[in-house]
Design a protein around this ligand. Sequence first.
Ligand code: PXG
Length: 447
Amino acid sequence: MSNNQAAGLSPEELQAWWMPFTANAAFKSNPRMYTGAEGMYLTMADGRKIIDTNAGLWCCNAGHGRKEIADAVSKQLLEMDYANPFSYGHPLAFQLANRLVEQIAPEGLNRVFFTNSGSEAVDTATKIARQYWRLKGEASKTCFIARVKAYHGVNWAGVSLSGLTPNRKAFGPALEADFLRHTLLPENAYSRGLPDNGADLADELNDMIGMRDASNIAAVIVEPMSGAGGIILPPKGYLQRLREICDQHNILLIFDEVISAYGRVGDTATMAEKIGVTPDLMTTAKGLTNGAIPMGAVYLKQEIYDTFVNSSDTPSIAPEFMHGYTYSAHPVACAAAMATMNIYRDDQLFAHAGKMATPWEEAIHTLDHGKNINDVRNYGLLGAIDFQPHGKAGPSRAAQIANICLENGVTVRPAGESLVMSPPLIIEQEHIDTIFNVLTDAINTVD
Ligand code: PXG
């Protein structure tokens, strides 16, 4: 192990932290450390600056190291470091909820429940869905419909609804769920933007409803575009069709926009708004605070909120929803989120993402039909490249290419046989040029 890569830490000093979603022994024998971050760049322990094509882990949409957020956080820490959110409030939480409804929420979602992560947002949304139906006198509506290759975080709801089976099989499910097929179709290979074929995949929901009966189904949950599963896009008309079927059968529709919200898809704040389909609940996190402080938010329709809060004629002194976190609406997270919203507004970052989506699309599709490549997809500031599996032991082609890119100043994320990218929305043409020069060379190096 070189001391450069380990940022000066000895092998013993690497043992105590059990790293998440990491092959710990392999990492600790060959560590890769980040030591700094600014704008589009990460700094590695050996001092090299690397273009971050993943906005951290799909979260630093406004770029790294934003002073506005740092200042807001440090001011808030000194003004009020913590406030109990159970039966007490603080003004910033209300102001932030209003701001999110105004600046981010798709039309019709005007209530917000704060969490500390995307996983907690998914847990919260599934609990809201189940209790909602109980309050409506339909307590048998408890099952969920999710989708193959879906990622909904790692808490019990997310594990049960995970369509990435390795994330579920070590633990077993907690919630009862069926899984719709994913929407990655070979006939849509090399699509630019949303693919043309496959809206009818949504009709499979009718079959599931036939088997389970809608009286047992609480909600359908989908990422409008699957992120961690390898950037799988919905065919044109697919999400509209899911919405129609849910409406016909009295089933709630949850969009998990943990990745797709906060400008990632370009022009609009959310994918729901971009495609004109409003879910009943929407889970978010990540870009809410630009990744700087943990925070998540569930957006929901007023009718759902009212069903809980007005469930009896006289205001009850008992909480209507027995759920919440010590750190729900944490003042420091609220300050970070408010500063992030200011940046998104003042820098017009969603519009910038929409503008840069065109050169991004042009650049990624220069890889079409390239060496070992099966498919290239893009949407907003998202991109994925699928490689033909090499069928041998050892790292996938995607992982090998990612390693070469890292050596040459660009970090891209391998996901199975795919490479996925979701750069900060502040990206400019010069970054796009560097990313695709490095990537093209790396692809051509690997057999
Ligand atoms: N829903 C979706 C759609 C996500 O992408 C979560 C929920 C959970 O969020 P938290 O904040 O609890 O991590 C996510 C998170 C990857 C990767 O490899 C993706 C995520 C997290 C970690 C890795 O692409 N997404």
